[in-house]
Design a protein around this ligand. Structure first.
Ligand code: FAD
Ligand code: PYC
Length: 414
């Protein structure tokens, strides 16, 4: 793999940029692998990368039914943060944010992490009180957070309408939160995994499993049968369908979450702003577009569109907070199918089928989790036991009742 560096850029420029190799190999399926991962989104690719690089597992394939990063990992609004209330979530997402902070260097790929801060707004004294508890809980877990009053907010985000419906009382900010470039994260992991010998096979849909009494023995795909030692499902909104092929029923609902971007403008918003009461979050992309998102559709669906009612609600909420946006045209609107567990927390680890692992339930908030999700799942597969950070997130919590209710913490409440 040729390193990306100023020197190599200059030398390649002199050679007319004809010396660059593709970032990852286009592999064809082999008859068998030690580990087969379904889904080449961020979680599948990161798991493959850490398995190969840290744990020296050979013969890994990542099977993708469409193109790499064409699922939610290439459709999200790029928010990275660890501003969670519950200690389990704080520990897990803080690990992820710390990995993000070093990822460009580690993978030799600029993921454009911009720690511009994520601001959660409070619109009533009660919400201010809740957010104060939230910010204090983060402090107690060693995660940065700062409470802001109205005057602070006026200074921090001068274009915001503090007198909006549900007038703004204050808020809190995690300054290390922000955004990173989602395509770059996927491409960076794909390049690094491929460099460690992982076969990334696009246009290869998993269509079924062959099983014996010891577990899954082979994966049936649109490109033939592949024998597998261990199988990992990283297919996000299609997790319940894939699990059903193995005879399992997961506590997962699939719902569309949508977002939109306006035409680009000069810099007007230099932080991520989220409001649970007005029910919208916004940021400005490096290209100048205002990125707008809100809640998931309130019904289950595999239609990757997002409802018009939610599009209208998101646009109306954005204008409520930032009236100056009202004259901008919307350039694009899109959606992804999210895998949502009853407590809106992830489900990661072994299933009742001993060699079948799932990484699911990332729902509307799994982009920020990609580095830690991959790192801890790879550790769990290699060690044969659940990584300590993943222990709260096993399937068992639905029988023990130890749920971690994060439905109110995913950008906006869902
Ligand atoms: P994906 O990236 O969806 O990858 C799964 C892959 O599996 C897909 O490429 C799919 O084609 C493939 N696949 C499916 N079935 C099969 C099969 N049978 N065989 C082979 N391949 C298959 N999270 C945040 O943290 N911050 C955000 O700001 C944020 N914003 C979001 C905004 C939107 C509009 C959406 C939709 C999601 C958002 N999320 C956000 C959530 C985040 O994008 C996801 O949780 C995360 O990307 C999931 O990654 P993944 O690798 O599990 O899934
Ligand atoms: O989890 O941070 C998040 C998020 C932001 C937008 C959608 N999800």
């Amino acid at each position: 793999m040729k390193r990306y560096s100023a020197l190599n850029l200059a030398l390649s420029a002199l050679a007319g940029h004809k010396r660059w190799n593709p970032a990852w190999r286009k592999a064809n399926p082999r008859p068998s692998y030690d580990v087969v991962i379904a889904g080449a989104g961020g979680h599948g690719l990161a798991t493959a990368y850490y398995l190969a690089s840290k744990h020296k597992v050979g013969r890994i394939a990542v099977l993708e039914k469409g193109h790499l990063g064409g699922g939610n990992s290439g459709r999200n609004t790029q928010v990275c943060r660890s501003n969670y209330f519950y200690p389990e979530s704080g520990a897990f997402y803080e690990h992820s944010l710390q990995l993000y902070e070093r990822l460009s260097h580690k993978l030799n790929f600029n993921i454009m992490l911009s720690q511009r801060g994520i601001l959660e707004l409070s619109h009533s004294l009660e919400e201010m009180e809740m957010n104060r508890r939230w910010a204090n809980a983060m402090h107690m877990h060693g995660i940065d957070s700062e409470i802001l009053d109205r005057e602070d907010l006026q200074r921090e985000v001068p274009n915001m309408n503090l007198q909006c419906r549900f007038p703004i009382r204050g808020g809190f900010i995690q300054r290390r939160g922000g955004i990173s470039r989602h395509d770059a994260v996927v491409w960076a992991y794909a390049r690094a995994a491929s460099n460690h010998g992982v076969d990334i096979i696009e246009g290869c849909e998993v269509t079924g499993f062959e099983q014996s009494t010891t577990g899954i023995t082979a994966v049936q795909t649109s490109r033939g049968r592949i024998a597998a030692g261990t199988v990992v499902s990283c297919v996000a909104g299609h997790s319940s369908q894939l699990a059903a092929m193995a005879g399992l029923r997961l506590p997962i609902q699939s719902m569309a979450l949508q977002a939109m971007v306006t035409e680009p403008v000069k810099p007007v918003l230099d932080t991520v702003v989220a409001s649970s009461a007005v029910h919208v979050y916004l940021s400005q992309s490096d290209r100048g577009e205002i990125v707008i998102g809100g809640g998931a559709d309130s019904f289950c669906s595999f239609a990757q569109r997002g409802s018009l009612a939610t599009t209208v609600a998101n646009a109306a909420s954005a204008i409520e907070l930032f009236p100056m946006l009202s004259r901008l045209r919307v350039m694009r609107q899109w959606a992804g199918i999210c895998d949502i567990a009853p407590d809106a927390s992830p489900i990661v680890g072994r299933t009742p089928i001993p060699n079948f692992y799932v990484s699911t339930g990332w729902g509307t908030g799994g982009y920020k989790a990609i580095p830690a999700g991959g790192d801890t799942l790879a550790w769990s597969i290699a060690q044969g036991e659940l990584h300590p950070l993943l222990q709260p997130y096993s399937l068992q919590r639905f029988s023990t009742g130890h749920l971690i209710d994060e439905a109110a913490a995913a950008g906006v409440a869902h």
